[in-house]
Structure formats: C-alpha cells, structure tokens
Design a protein. Structure first.
Ligand code: ZN
Length: 185
C-alpha cells in the first residue's frame, strides 16, 4: 500500500469529469487500498480518486464515528476516543430520489485543507453503486453519510464544496487558505 499525494486547489485536474469504471481488476483493488491509506493518514472521512489524480468514478468513505462511551461525559476524560472503522467503497455511484428536505453541514475537503463552510444538500438520498467486485448495491442514506456521499460525488463531476458557496464566500475561503498555507510554510 502507498500514501498518495492529494491534489489541492487550484490544481486544474480537480475540475476533471471522471470516467466510469468498467474493469474490476487487481489494479483497481490496489488503488482502493491506497486511497483508504491516504484518507486515513490525511486524516479525512472521504476521498475521490480524482483527488489523487485518477479520473475514475471511485470513492472511499469512512465516517469513523466515535464509539459510544460508558463513562459519564461530565467527567473529565483525556484518553483518545476510539472510533468505529466502517470503510466503504463506491464505484460508479448514482443518486436516486434526493429528498426535498435539506440539511446544512459545515463541510471540509482534503483538497481545500483546513477550511470549512456551510453547504446545503438534500437531507436524504437513495444511492446506487458498485462495489470493488462490480456487484451492484442500493441503499437509503441520511445524515452525515448522505452529505459525505454527495460531497464526494461532486468530485466526480469536477465540483468542489466551495463551488456551492456564493462568489464572495468562496473568495473568503480561498483567502483564508492562502493565509493558512503561508503560516504552515
Ligand atoms: Zn472533497
């Protein structure tokens, strides 16, 4: 496995429309394993293949939600919170029946590091996709999973979460990103 470099704005490759996957071979399995390793290391909860420069309709997601705690949260707690690993692969995903209800999440993206902004999307969707063996799946989703899948699917069309913002807000985020990069350099 390998950690792959993640493309960041304003890399023009992020605007690529990705191609469907038609061959489910060993090279695909390797790419998926590398994408998971890259996403966990970043760390992030989702990654599209185009973010590592591969224009194919492949997404990996793991929301890594915290394990429910037994101890009272009023207590001071300074140990690392464990997370539930739930790695999921979505190949050639489609959205069916997006709800009229919308949800707002403060979204971030590994290609727009350390920047967050509220984005409104359908609160519930039905999704259809293929897994790494080519088998088709369909599932209703809501909450963070629905938001995350829609965010990652945007990458397949060359769209970033900041493209959902007003021009003014987008410019503010990009300005903050430049400032962050200067400070981090
Ligand atoms: Zn993203």
């Amino acid at each position: 496995m390998a950690i792959l470099p993640i493309l960041e704005v304003p890399d023009p490759r992020l605007k690529t429309v990705s191609e469907p996957v038609t061959i489910f071979d060993e090279a695909l399995q390797t790419l998926i394993a590398d994408m998971f390793e890259t996403m966990y290391e970043a760390p992030g909860i989702g990654l599209a293949a185009i973010q590592v420069g591969v224009p194919k309709r492949i997404l990996v997601i793991d929301l890594q939600e915290p394990v429910e705690h037994n101890h009272d949260h009023g207590e001071h707690c300074n140990h690392d919170h464990e997370v539930i690993r739930d790695p999921r692969v979505f190949i050639n995903p489609e959205i069916l029946d997006p709800s009229k209800d919308l949800n707002i999440y403060s979204e971030g993206c590994l290609s727009v590091p350390e920047q967050y902004a509220d984005v409104e999307r359908p609160a519930a969707i039905r999704a259809r996709w293929q897994d790494e063996t080519g088998k088709q799946h369909e599932e209703e989703m809501e909450g963070l999973m629905a938001t995350c899948l829609q965010h990652e699917m945007d990458h397949l069309e060359g769209i970033l979460f900041i493209d959902h913002l007003s021009r003014l807000k987008r410019q503010m985020v990009l300005k903050k990103l430049n400032k962050y990069r200067k400070e981090a350099a």
